[in-house]
Design a protein around this ligand. Structure first.
Ligand SMILES: *Cc1c(COP(=O)(O)O)cnc(C)c1O
Length: 400
């Protein structure tokens, strides 16, 4: 296989990173996934594809996103804390990076439609944005409960001309939305691409989404070196499915002296169903067509994941993260709801930057690290902005 990802840790022919990943899908779909993989390899070496993607990343999304030295936060906590500002991207987070890539790929394959599921609506909005821009139809499957909870994002998707399809089965949330999107996809893959929203799902999606996110780390490494003439001592990112984190980590995996931290949401605590820390509390299992560390009960049933940051409440985690954990290159740690909310206010009040609750987990860990080490250079991936979270935080966590 070609060397496509800058750190050179690639899945094997079957799509496994060590013991994790693979492609647990019906035989009927295997040929289609082979076509997707082939189209991806061709696209990433095609000048026209790259020209269009790079043009959009620069002039539509606003890349490169800056690396910013958070002076006030740094002074308060005794370390030099730098933020990679993915919150400044169009649509407010890193997800647009892979959505543009996936929709361009769908178009190149002659598809007329992209579909996805969404929980909080962030992936739905990013995908609907890319689909509107590039002229593809877009169906977003969303549980009825989530539709009720996430009105602003539902309205955004509608304005962007996506069909938001209410899912009425089971608990009427993310898991059922995935199930129904998959059923639809089985019947419609000829003209549709299922645009997965993180480095999860069957091969080749973890590899593809990582490729489209790897720009975050490449930019950040160069920007950091330019500003400081050195590499960071530590880099930190939050881990839901794992796309913003793997995007940052990739460029630093071969820098042995750089400590890498993936921060999982500890939610309300370590009890089953109270967190979404798949690496920390999960056991090997298969979910949504791939093998990973998975939150399960004693009988092997997948548990509902919980975090105050809905973008992090996924019971599994990307296969490459599971591998990086096995080989001990990345340390997977946690921050709970309270620490995340505290970091949300700290960054808002010290720097005038309101972070997404997801990203607040990464900031929280930088603060935590500062209790045991001083005068270090820490680079945090600020994966998204907090506009979507302000009502929720004010209604539930008043801090005046
Ligand atoms: C969706 C989301 C995440 C979690 O997804 P990953 O695939 O783990 O990156 C993190 N931060 C923000 C702002 C998000 O919208």
């Amino acid at each position: 296989m070609q060397q496509i990802i800058n750190n050179n840790i690639l899945p094997d022919e079957q799509g496994f990173f060590g013991a994790y990943g693979g492609q647990f899908i019906p035989d009927e779909l295997k040929e289609e996934f082979k076509r997707i993989e082939q189209a991806f390899y061709e696209a990433k070496d095609d000048d026209n594809f790259n020209r269009e993607l790079n043009y959009l990343l620069k002039n539509y999304t606003g890349r490169p996103s800056p690396v910013y030295y958070a002076k006030n936060l740094s002074e308060k906590y005794g370390n030099n804390i730098y933020l990679k500002r993915e919150d400044l991207n169009h649509t407010g987070a890193h997800k647009i990076n892979h959505c543009l890539g996936e929709v361009l790929l769908a178009k190149r394959m002659g598809k007329t439609k992209v579909i996805a599921e969404t929980g909080a609506g962030q992936h739905g909005v990013a995908l609907a944005t890319a689909a509107a821009l590039l002229g593809l139809e877009c169906d977003i499957f969303m549980g009825e409960v989530d539709i009720e909870k996430e009105k602003p994002n539902v309205n955004r998707m509608k304005i962007l001309n996506a069909n938001v399809i209410p899912v009425k089965s089971g608990s009427r949330t993310l898991k059922e939305a995935v199930d129904e999107a998959f059923i639809y996809y089985m019947d419609n893959y000829k003209d549709t691409l299922y645009a997965i929203g993180s480095v999860v799902g069957p091969h080749p999606f973890p590899m593809m989404v990582e490729y489209f996110q790897s720009i975050v780390g490449r930019e950040a490494r160069e920007q950091f070196m330019e500003q400081t003439d050195t590499l960071p001592d530590s880099i930190i990112a939050c881990v839901g499915g794992g796309s913003n984190s793997i995007g940052l980590f990739g460029a630093f995996l071969n820098d042995e002296d750089v400590e890498i931290y993936g921060v999982e949401p500890l939610g309300r605590g370590e009890k089953q169903g109270e967190n979404a820390a798949s690496m920390t509390y999960g056991k090997d299992g298969i979910l949504h067509g791939f093998k990973c560390k998975l939150l399960q009960d004693e009988k092997g049933n997948t548990l509902n994941a919980y975090s105050v940051a809905s973008g992090l409440d996924y019971p599994g985690v990307g296969p490459k993260h599971c591998y990086l954990n096995d080989i001990k290159r990345v340390k997977y740690v946690t921050a709970d709801d309270t620490e995340a909310i505290n970091a949300f206010y700290e960054l808002s009040r010290l720097e005038g930057i309101i972070p997404a609750l997801e990203s607040s987990h990464a900031v929280a860990y930088a603060i935590k690290l500062s209790k045991t080490q001083k005068n270090k250079n820490i680079l945090v991936n600020l994966s998204g902005r907090g506009d979507k979270d302000i009502d929720f935080v004010l209604n539930n966590y008043k801090k005046i």
